[in-house]
Write a protein that binds this ligand. Structure first.
Ligand code: GLC
Length: 512
């Protein structure tokens, strides 16, 4: 088994993890300073969201230089130090590659603007004439509004996201070699893999056809899930596999951010011999319902059967509402469910990703004042969609008032709720029953669990239960009444208090 097949990977959103300079913005040295915390938590790898030079119009997913570090986050030397210090703790680093689009400040886009219509420089992006004063077609941006912006000379360029994020032309002969160079740049530095942003994007139907009928979101379309992706990712796979697997950090991986409106839009990528892994978003979006969870777990295990663990379980990331709030309906219930879900994720066969703050049980912050919101979605939809700032609030580390040890400066780039005083790492470390201590115990126990064959156990319609080999049983109660615990020799861990029976919204690890 290769390391990524059972790894627990911790996602760091660098702006919001830890600030070492006092400017209110997290940075790479902040991550370095918290490596003891991450090692103690028991994670095997870190995925770093973008830290590259960027105007930060989309939190760094608008990259203006793919092979450097934004001065606000540090330097390449800081990155190398982070890599070395992580390796010393047996923690691998995964970086984020953003191939669908760049920033409008990227030198090649600036050159394309200057060079004007008809120039070879414009071919690197998707520039077109409009239809009179209207854009070239009716595509809309994922963040709201049209997917086209007009430049001074009258041409329009395509951006599936913010107008500051022009899409690359993946049919241009220089695009693939450029990204292969970027991939090698980070692999040569020693990263264990990459996370591929908008992995289902990149290639567009060259005719840029008008969309007819209901606008698909993440379904196969003229701009998503194009057939060219299969061969493209096989090329990247060959590059990953060209790095030696027998020394640290081991076989290189890539995990694709493939969104689909239906699960069957994403499973085919598992059979194409391309990117080794993809996030299990169908699982993430399954509601708190035992039958639905059982069905999606079955589907996931079947889809990833050819390469076990190719679809890591995931409960959250920097784009989706936090699990405590999502599982709701109120914070207390949502928190109980999120704890039960964490034990589920860490007991299932394969790898799991967790997003910073999930281990603290942070809720989504829903009441941010409009004036501090930064996600372009908020602006582009005129406030109709609040955007993703609520899951990107800087982490509370210690103390009793904001910024809760996140920064030595007076404030963090997004304000933290004052009532997070009981959710700091410091406070939760002191509370044996905290979310954090549940995560720590689960991750400490996880390597010793029986990883034998997975089999469902039938304990009634309200209970999700399975065994792994002869020595491990998982059970979760989704009903409203306590249920009897399955026969067992030992309770290894429970997500809440149990006393002879399993209460509602609680899960347990047992030795049968
Ligand atoms: C991905 C990122 C998201 C970003 C978008 C555009 O979905 O996860 O944060 O806004 O791509 O790059």
């Amino acid at each position: 088994m290769t390391w990524w097949q059972d790894a627990v990977v911790y996602q760091i959103y660098p702006r919001s993890f830890a600030d070492s300079t006092g400017d209110g913005l997290g940075d790479l040295n902040g991550v370095r300073s918290r490596l003891p915390y991450l090692a103690d938590l028991g994670v095997n790898a870190l995925w770093l969201s973008p830290f590259y030079p960027s105007p930060m119009a989309d939190g760094g997913y608008d990259v203006s230089d793919y092979c450097d570090v934004d001065p606000r986050f540090g330097t390449l030397a800081d990155f190398d130090a982070l890599l070395a210090e992580s390796a010393a703790r047996n923690i691998r680093i995964i970086v984020d590659l953003v191939p669908n689009h760049c920033s409008d400040q990227h030198p090649l886009f600036q050159e394309a603007l200057t060079a004007g219509p008809g120039s070879p420089q414009r071919e690197r992006f998707i520039f077109r004439e409009g239809r009179g004063d209207a854009p070239p077609n009716n595509w809309v941006s994922m963040f709201g509004g049209p997917a086209w912006t007009r430049v001074e000379d009258g041409e329009w360029y395509l951006h599936l996201f913010d107008s500051s994020q022009p899409d690359w032309n993946w049919r241009h002969p220089a695009t693939a070699p450029m990204f292969e160079g970027i991939l090698r740049f980070w692999l040569d530095r020693g990263v264990a893999g990459i996370r591929v942003d908008v992995a289902h994007g990149l290639f567009k139907d060259p005719d840029l056809p008008e969309l007819i009928g209901k606008h698909p979101n993440d379904a196969p379309s003229a701009y998503y899930h194009r057939p060219e992706l299969a061969a493209h990712y096989r090329t990247w796979r060959a590059i990953l596999d060209s790095y030696p697997a027998d020394v640290f950090p081991g076989q290189r991986t890539a995990v694709g951010e493939f969104w689909g409106d239906l699960p069957e839009h994403v499973w085919p990528y598992l059979r194409q011999g391309g990117l080794p892994q993809l996030f299990n978003f169908p699982f993430l979006f399954t509601p708190w319902d035992p039958a639905k969870l059982r069905a999606i777990i079955d589907e996931s295990l079947a889809a990833s059967a050819p390469v076990p663990a190719a679809a890591p379980w995931v409960l959250g990331n920097h784009d989706v509402p936090r699990p405590v709030t999502r599982y709701g309906p109120d914070l207390a219930t949502g928190t109980r469910r999120a704890r039960a879900a964490a034990l589920l994720v860490f007991a299932l066969p394969g790898s799991a990703y967790l997003y910073q703050g999930e281990e603290l049980g942070l809720p989504e912050v829903l009441d941010l004042p409009d004036s501090v919101r930064q996600d372009p979605t908020f602006r582009r939809t005129g406030g109709a969609r609040p955007g993703r700032d609520g899951c990107r609030i800087p982490l509370p580390w210690s103390g009793t008032t904001p910024p809760f040890g996140f920064s030595e400066g007076p404030r963090s780039w997004l304000p933290q709720p004052a009532d997070w005083v009981n959710l700091t790492v410091e406070a939760e470390t002191a509370d044996p029953a905290s979310h954090l201590n549940l995560y720590r115990t689960a991750l400490a126990l996880r390597p010793s669990l029986d990883t034998g064959p997975f089999a469902w156990l039938d304990l009634g319609p309200d209970v999700l239960a399975f065994s792994r080999g002869a020595d491990f049983v998982f059970a979760a109660n989704f009903g409203t009444e306590p249920v009897a615990l399955p026969d067992h020799r030992k309770v290894l861990l429970a997500s809440g208090e149990i006393s002879g029976s399993l209460p509602p919204d609680t899960s347990v690890w047992l030795q049968p």
